[in-house]
Design a binder for this molecule. Structure first.
Ligand SMILES: Cc1ncc(COP(=O)(O)O)c(C=O)c1O
Length: 386
């Protein structure tokens, strides 16, 4: 019998029924008061999520990458210098994107799985000032949450703009646009908010707007000034035909998220993260990456020595319909990743761990049946008691 796959990947995350219903409801025509109210509501909620009173938040029809591309296209001119600390797949991709637009990219390089050291970034900026620092908050390939507050501080002290890829972290871990001095932060609909893929959001500070006025990189579809002109209409609009259904779903997703609020989401993500980590350890598996107690979005787990990690993710999917993420780049075949941010409950994690236990046994790795489930239950019961 066909059943939906059980997604335990770091995005797209499972979509709640309320969101599915909202995005399956009749279209609200994208020019007029109905869509205007929808956009205003979504934008207001996102500002709350970004923790900003001062920034503009623009909504674009694209996946997160489009939002990142918009930041590079709008803030810079060819030849502008930026600093990109590299510690995984997504920071490396940010570098490629900047280079595609003719920027000169300087780097501070780390082994994948490392937490970036603010002192190193400060030293690099002191040696060679740049126009901006490009950061990735949740390095989804390794699970590491980078210390954005401290990194933004050293960038601000050096007079550089701070541009953050928060695609897999906004709404999952703490973020403060105003409080941390961020200039651009990009999020996506399909990650911590558990809406469908298709909308990127971009928070933009006054300093970033100022940079965009003199920047000469080409832009048309992602021209911020055009988005802003339409967003400021009496009934806010997108310049181009937006992903209306996704926007309707995103409104429902935000309403659901804010039923409990940001703090409750943080507590839940931290708890689910601990449960996955304790569960994996109870099966004799090693965890990958620094700063495990802060890494609430996704856990990278090393495969046992004699089993290829991709075989684990392939087998658990074939046998149990459970989708884990494989390792990327140099981690391919070495780690598999379990996502635990967004619309996940305790029992979603438990059934994922149960499937993992059976899969490891099938592949010849000795496990004590129920060990990971028991470890996760212990985390949940302790959380309830505290
Ligand atoms: C940190 C990070 N940045 C960017 C992206 C790319 O986002 P999208 O696939 O929505 O374009 C992802 C996707 O997983 C991500 O995790």
């Amino acid at each position: 019998m066909d059943r939906p796959e059980i997604i335990l990947a770091p995005g797209p995350t499972p979509i709640p029924p309320e969101v599915l219903l909202a995005q399956g409801s009749p279209l609200v025509y994208h020019r007029g008061p109905g869509f205007g109210n929808l956009m205003r509501d979504v934008t207001t909620r996102l500002k709350e999520l970004y923790k900003t009173d001062s920034a503009d938040v623009l909504l674009m029809t694209s996946s997160g990458t489009g939002g990142l591309e918009s930041a590079i296209a709008n803030c810079f001119s060819p030849g502008d210098e930026v600093l990109v600390p590299l510690a995984g797949f997504f920071s490396e991709r940010f570098k490629k994107l900047a280079e595609t637009y003719g920027l000169t990219v300087r780097t501070v390089e780390y082994e994948w799985g490392t937490k970036i050291r603010p002192d190193d970034v400060a030293a690099a900026l002191a040696q060679h000032p740049v126009k901006a620092v490009l950061l990735t908050q949740s390095e989804t390939s390794t699970g590491v949450i980078q210390p954005i507050e401290q990194l933004a501080k050293v960038a601000n002290d050096a007079g550089a703009l701070v541009i953050v890829d928060a695609v897999s972290s906004l709404g999952a871990v703490p973020f403060e646009f105003d409080g941390w001095g961020i200039d651009v932060a990009v999020g996506g609909s399909q990650k911590a908010l558990s809406a469908s893929p298709g909308i990127a959001f971009c928070a933009i500070s006054e300093r970033a707007w100022e940079a965009s006025r003199s920047a000469t990189n080409p832009r048309f579809y992602f021209d911020w000034a055009t988005y802003k002109r339409f967003a400021d209409l009496p009934h806010p609009e997108n310049p181009w035909t937006p992903a209306i259904s996704v926007m309707q779903g995103l409104q429902a997703a935000l309403a659901l998220y804010f039923q409990d609020g940001i703090e409750a989401a943080m507590v839940r993500h931290q708890m689910l993260s601990r449960a996955v980590k304790e569960g994996a350890k109870s099966l004799g598996l090693d965890l990958f990456g620094e700063g495990l107690e802060d890494n609430w979005t996704v856990t990278a787990i090393r495969a046992p020595e004699n089993i290829d990690a991709d075989t684990i993710s392939d087998t658990i999917r074939a046998d149990h319909g459970c989708v884990l993420a494989p390792g990327q780049g140099p981690l391919k075949g070495k780690v598999f990743r379990i996502g635990h941010f967004g619309y996940f409950s305790e029992l979603d994690i438990i059934r994922g761990l149960a499937a993992l236990e059976m899969t490891l046994e099938t592949l010849g790795h000795p496990v004590k049946r129920g060990a990971a489930v028991a470890a996760a239950e212990t985390v949940f019961m302790e959380s309830r008691a505290s």
